[in-house]
Ligand binder design. Structure first.
Ligand SMILES: Cc1cc2nc3c(=O)[nH]c(=O)nc-3n(C[C@H](O)[C@H](O)[C@H](O)COP(=O)(O)O)c2cc1C
Length: 143
């Protein structure tokens, strides 16, 4: 399958990177095609809710690195979001990408794509992954 990996850590050699490298290694070994996008090192504007995109009918007003992401998300069978926990949720870098999906909503909704979330955190308690993060993920990443 085609897998789009979107990371949200500003640390090139951090723990998110360790996790994503292992995920990609396993996916490639299993025969999947992987495209990786590191949102923290890209030029991405925050969505301003102008609705010019009409959720996929017009181009977004911002001509930035999301135009690398859009076609990859549209063709992906699975999207893997990989993030450090920032205050019980995913990072702002990753959220900025997810908000911009507004520009292609009509092209990805109901297409049966799958999404997974991989997260790292400093808190040693297991409950840390089961609170806000889980709820955010279900609401925002389910496509
Ligand atoms: C702004 C900020 C908020 C954080 N909030 C949490 C948190 O809520 N829970 C947690 O377990 N770790 C939290 N951490 C720690 C990071 O999730 C953790 O250090 C992670 O491994 C960093 O990933 P990186 O190495 O890719 O930067 C936070 C770190 C930062 C900088």
């Amino acid at each position: 399958m085609k897998i789009m990996v979107i990371t949200g850590s500003p640390h090139k050699e951090g723990t998110t990177n360790l996790l994503v490298e292992q995920f990609i290694k396993g996916a490639v070994e299993a025969g999947h095609e992987v495209f990786r996008f590191d949102s923290a090192f890209a030029r991405i504007n925050t969505c301003i809710g102008c609705d010019r995109c009409l959720t996929g009918k017009n181009d977004c007003v911002f001509k930035d690195d999301m135009f690398t992401v859009f076609p990859k998300v549209i063709e992906a069978d699975l999207i893997a979001f990989v993030t450090p926990l920032y205050y019980h949720s995913y990072s702002a870098q990753l959220k900025t990408v997810i908000d911009r999906f507004h520009g292609i909503d009509d092209l990805i909704r109901g297409t049966g794509k799958k999404a997974v979330l991989l997260a790292v955190g400093a808190n040693p308690h297991t409950w840390i992954m089961w609170t806000d993060l889980q709820q955010h993920t279900i609401q925002n990443c389910a496509i």
